[in-house]
Design a protein around this ligand. Structure first.
Ligand SMILES: [Zn+2]
Length: 146
């Protein structure tokens, strides 16, 4: 560690972008204890400070990338999102208003129905002729309808 405090006007070895060599430079600007701009004592060119030895650290970048990657979580259980949605809709579901499921009936989006096996469900989508997608507590199901 270099314990000598640097300040503007001091000499420092830096890589000159113009001379493409490590040469003596005069510090022009600093941010805190970091040298940011230097003037080349050879070509008098002012440029950002580059360390004399350019150490490219691919390992460091690799490490950064690793931490950025999402943690390997266990897969969300299938239907978890559906269940959450169902739970959020649950307060709006009034069992008395639910229509007993009947595949010979017509349904509309947001209709509430009561299925003998799946329980209360909300019609999410009329997905085709005689088909609709209903959100139940156990997930979305495709049901027949008129
Ligand atoms: Zn230079």
């Amino acid at each position: 560690m270099n314990t000598v405090k640097l300040s503007a006007g001091n000499n420092i070895e830096a890589r000159c972008t113009r001379c493409r060599k490590v040469l003596n430079h005069t510090i022009v600007a600093m941010v805190g204890e970091l040298v940011v701009r230097v003037e080349c004592n050879t070509c008098r060119g002012v440029h950002n400070y580059h360390r004399g030895t350019e150490t490219k650290a691919p390992t460091a970048t690799a490490r950064v990338r690793k931490t950025v990657a999402p943690p390997a979580k266990t897969k969300k259980e299938p239907g978890a999102a559906d269940r959450e949605e169902w739970e959020s809709l649950r307060p709006t579901m009034v069992k008395e208003q639910a229509v007993a499921y009947d595949m010979n009936r017509k349904y509309r989006v947001n209709s509430l129905l009561d299925h003998p096996a799946f329980g209360l469900g909300v019609v999410k989508l009329i997905s085709g002729p005689n088909k609709m997608e209903v959100l139940f507590q156990g997930g979305k199901k495709l049901l027949r309808c008129e």
